[in-house]
Design a protein around this ligand. Structure first.
Ligand code: NAD
Length: 368
């Protein structure tokens, strides 16, 4: 097993979670450098985490610290250009979500990966850990049966002050509201468990917050395997919860948590007459390893050690981003949208508000 040299770019809120989780990877990563445009924040972060290499630009960091992997913990609008700079320099990237603000931007990754020979991966930490692997194995198998109907709710609460940060709540900086910034984790996990989506019909609205994007979206999704799911992404919900429920032929699979989970957050219920078969199938899976950032980091090092594609790679992250784009496209055009429909020339290929259509629709229908 190699020890990978890791650098963190952007030393704000989520960077501390990355540093703490890197410290839990049993010497498989060494945090060698960090970068921030804010020198005081950079120093405080490096002092706290014992980081020697301190840089105010990514270019200097890449040239001097020569990391194997860069973690992008910067605001959303910076991810894609910084990812491309790293990839072209032959450095692997683990980017915080959302991976890009549009499919057009995201598709620039292909060339950069080919040029530098390095790989892109997106932080979708809920996919990792034993329980989600067990659920993914069993859903669609003989014991649980095929998935039929599902629910995916990200019901969070953010007060007005949340939008005080200048990059929050703008199409240009975040690419959207709770669909792109919050619910994306949960519906990424839904896709991971259920397989490819096929068609979506959605509503997005601004109900109560003084932001320029939506503060609520609701979608009805049909999957390739025929299952139907509802997805709600809300920042308006005083009792916060993140829930997924998947009803299969012989079992109901439920995950209920807030910002992260372990195996205890899952409930598995057998259909009448199938209780034992379902319980045995679940408890027969490995269930010890929890979810979270360190689980994703370790899966990434395993893949690099073995020369395999990275988990949460560009292809799978693109499916999730494409569903976000399709939710906006459906909400703002009033039409259902099929996977594969948003291609160059489509108004929602270049941005999540469809050349200003979303901005106009939300302004016309806003309740604030
Ligand atoms: N995976 C998760 O559960 C999770 C949770 C929270 C946030 N996030 C994501 O993490 C990202 C960062 O969020 P945050 O809350 O930490 O933001 P933040 O504003 O607290 O931190 C961002 C940092 O990036 C720095 N920065 C800005 N421009 C830079 C540049 N050009 N080069 C280097 N540094 C630069 C800022 O000075 C700041 O310190 C966002 O994309 C957010 O969506 C993910």
């Amino acid at each position: 097993m190699r020890t990978y040299k890791v650098a963190i770019v952007g030393t704000g809120g989520i960077a501390a979670v990355h540093a703490d989780n890197l410290a839990r990877t049993e010497n498989r990563a060494e945090l060698v450098a960090a970068c921030d445009v804010d020198a005081a924040r950079l120093d405080a972060f490096c002092d706290q985490h014992g980081i020697a290499g301190r840089y105010q630009t990514l270019t200097e960091l890449l040239g001097e610290a020569k990391p194997d992997i860069v973690h992008l913990c910067t605001p959303p609008m910076m991810h894609i250009d910084q990812a491309i700079e790293c990839l072209e320099a032959g450095v692997h990237v683990l980017s915080e979500k959302p991976p890009a603000l549009s499919l057009a931007d995201f598709d620039r990754l292909d060339k950069a990966q080919a040029k530098g020979g390095a790989q892109f991966s997106c932080v979708f930490q809920h996919r990792f850990g034993d329980a989600s692997a067990a659920a993914r194995t069993l859903i669609g198998g003989t014991e649980f049966g095929r998935p039929l109907v599902a629910r995916c709710d990200t019901l969070w609460y953010r007060p007005d002050s949340y939008w005080d940060l200048p990059w929050r709540g703008t199409w240009n900086a975040e690419g959207g509201g709770p669909t792109m910034g919050h619910g994306i984790h949960q519906f990424d996990l839904l896709l991971h468990l259920m397989g490819p989506w096929e068609e979506v019909t959605a509503i997005a609205s601004r109900q109560a917050r003084a932001t320029s994007t939506e503060d609520l979206s609701a979608a009805l999704v049909r999957f390739e395997n025929g299952a139907v799911a509802t997805i709600i992404n809300s920042l308006l919900s005083p009792r916060e919860t993140s829930d997924i429920r998947i009803d299969c032929e012989f079992a109901t699979v439920e995950l209920s948590h807030l910002y992260g989970y372990n195996t205890d957050n899952w409930t598995i219920t057998g259909a009448p007459g199938n209780e034992d078969q379902v319980k045995d199938a679940w408890t027969g899976q490995p269930l010890d390893r929890g979810s979270g950032h360190s689980a994703q980091f370790l899966a990434m090092y395993d893949a690099l050690d073995a020369g395999r594609p990275l988990p949460a790679d560009a292809d799978s992250a693109r499916q999730t981003l494409e569903l976000a784009a399709a939710i906006y496209a459906s909400a703002f055009t009033g039409q259902s949208v099929r996977r594969g429909e948003i291609i160059p020339g489509h108004p929602f290929y270049g941005g999540m508000d469809g050349d200003g259509l979303g901005t106009r629709m939300l302004a016309d229908t806003a309740r604030v």
